[in-house]
Design a protein around this ligand. Structure first.
Ligand code: G6P
Ligand code: ZN
Length: 543
């Protein structure tokens, strides 16, 4: 075994997006591409001597190859220990959990989340810091700067280690330990939730369907829901992670999780349905013939949080991303706690959680989580719902409709225009920005604009400023239209249009969502000229 220094030249465009560096697999397969990025991460970290690194991914195509490369590079940088998930597998929330539990310097997550996998699909890499959360922008920016000037990387020539065999081995001076990907995470969940109550629920005949979408959360859900909680075998479907996710798009929304939606819409549907995404950090919650929006899910969990043992003491605050509906704000107000509005991207919650300002966080993009780790957590949300269902004895639909009665309903939908031409999307946003100053006070057909701006965020903990985070047009009646470009796509640009209408009157709580939001969709088109700029008369995906 020996360590070599390999000369290299920079690859353009290695700037991490909303959630790490994501590119087509073929891009990552170029000699030196992954190595350059990893070297830039290690260079940014400084001295890695004596430190622990956590490593794992969602099992997609290229995962194992990348894991072996990173292990050899970590060894060349003098890490004392690397904890790597068996088979190279660790869900994103499990990485966060393991970093925190073992006091690691940080971790590397290999995932492109819900983006399609396989040889023609996407691959991704993300660095998480010692608190278990995604690296903040100053760190990702420093990594990017480094990628632009890199001249060499260091790597050991050691042979591959056996990723299937649990336990320690050695590369150079580094101890590489293959760990059970589920154990630490399951132990944490057991402390947060009332497993006895959930066991009784299943023992009483309660039926559930969890869709692992052939991605990373399958093994976690099987071990915890079927194993520890005693749900019948077969409760978890599509449970085996596949390198191409079985050809599906492992994104738990009503469009991509069509099989689960169909199961939950049947006459003999289970009581509860849930799904998670490629790397296990997202969640979708369904009742029998009933979908729960992520924004409502956050609000319902917050309103009932003290029913779960881990949250008995109450919440310190709630945080949501700007485009997420304002349902949680009403709960925070009722609880007398603050509600923070952050830009899109889980990394913006990290400081609030570390500072003890917020306990629960959520995003409209099917992400929910808490201060138990520093990532959003798909299975955690599912177990939280199971805890509420078990303790209250109510159905999903009952919990949500009672919530609306108490707080009012925030009708909510996101309209995505995927893979539009980048230039056209940028021009659409630029022309909207120019219009902003003139919108305030305008009557846009029964909606008068109360506020129109480009969202800026100043982190209340460290004062960091993130500007131009999305255009929001807020009406005097509380309705909103928000526009932003996705930071996670890999093809062209994706325009996201978020529509929200607040309805306090229970007599109007049962409208079909798209119908309830139709007037706002018209306003979005009128203000932004979406069809003209994108050439699309309709969104590609509506969630
Ligand atoms: C990832 C991030 C989330 C973000 C989502 C959508 O899942 O972790 O924080 O909300 O992507 O981001 P986008 O920029 O595509 O709207
Ligand atoms: Zn994800």
């Amino acid at each position: 075994m020996s360590i070599t220094t390999v000369n290299t030249t920079p690859f353009p465009g290695q700037r991490p997006g909303t959630s790490g560096l994501r590119k087509k697999v073929a891009v990552f397969q170029q000699a030196g591409y992954l190595e350059n990025f990893v070297q830039s991460v290690f260079d940014t970290l400084g001295d890695c001597g004596g430190k622990t690194l956590v490593l794992g991914g969602d099992g997609r195509f290229h995962n194992r190859v990348a894991v072996q490369t990173i292990l050899r590079m970590a060894a060349a940088h003098g890490f004392a220990r690397v904890l790597v998930g068996q088979g190279g597998i660790l869900s994103t929330p499990a990485v966060s959990c393991v970093i925190r539990k073992h006091g690691a310097l940080g971790g590397i997550v290999l995932s492109a989340s819900h983006n399609p996998g396989g040889p023609d699909g996407d691959f991704g890499i993300k660095y998480n810091i010692a608190n278990g959360g995604p690296a903040p922008e100053n760190v990702t920016e420093a990594i990017f700067q480094r990628t632009a000037t890199i001249a060499h990387y260091r790597i050991s020539d050691a042979a591959d280690i056996d990723l299937n065999r649990l336990g320690p081995s050695r590369i150079e001076q580094t101890e590489v330990t293959v760990i059970d990907p589920v154990a630490d995470y399951a132990e944490l969940m057991e402390r947060l939730f009332d497993f006895d109550a959930i066991r009784q629920l299943f023992a009483g005949g309660f039926r559930m369907c969890f869709d692992g979408m052939h991605a990373v959360s399958g093994p976690y859900a099987k071990a915890i829901i079927e194993g520890q909680l005693g749900a019948p075998a077969g409760t978890v479907i599509n449970a085996v992670p596949l390198e191409d996710f079985g050809g599906h798009h492992p994104d738990p929304n009503p469009v991509n999780a069509a099989q689960l939606i169909e199961i939950m819409a049947a006459d003999n549907a289970p009581d509860f349905g849930a799904a998670s995404d490629g790397d296990g950090d997202r969640n979708m919650i369904l009742g029998r013939k009933f979908d729960v929006t992520p924004s409502d899910s956050l609000a319902v969990l917050a309103a009932h949080a003290t029913l779960a043992p881990g949250y008995r003491a109450g919440l310190k605050g709630i945080a949501r991303s700007m485009p997420t509906s304002r349902a949680a704000d009403r709960v925070a107000e009722a609880l007398g706690i603050p509600c923070f509005e952050t830009p899109t991207g889980w990394k913006f919650f990290g400081n609030l959680l570390d500072a003890g300002k917020a306990t629960l966080c959520g995003e409209e993009s099917y992400g929910t989580g808490s201060d138990h780790i520093r990532e959003k957590d798909g299975l955690w949300a599912v177990l939280f719902w199971l805890n509420l269902l078990a303790v209250t004895g109510k159905s999903v639909e009952q919990l949500v409709s009672e919530h609306w009665k108490r707080f009012g309903r925030n009708y909510y939908s996101r309209h995505d225009y995927e893979a539009v031409e980048t230039e056209a999307a940028n021009e659409l946003m630029a022309s909207l920005r120019i219009k902003l100053a003139t919108l305030k006070g305008q009557d846009l057909g029964h909606h008068v604009v109360a506020l129109a701006d480009d969202f800026d965020y100043t982190d209340p903990v460290d004062g960091a400023v993130a500007s131009r985070q999305g255009i929001r047009i807020v009406m005097t009646n509380g309705s909103r239209v928000v526009f932003r470009l996705s930071g996670t796509g890999t093809e062209g640009a994706t325009l996201r249009v978020y529509l929200e209408r607040y309805e306090p009157d229970p007599a109007f709580h049962q409208l079909p969502t798209q119908q309830a939001l139709y007037p706002l969709a018209l306003i979005a088109e009128q203000v932004a000229g979406i069809a003209d700029w994108t050439g699309r008369a309709h969104p590609t995906v509506t969630t």
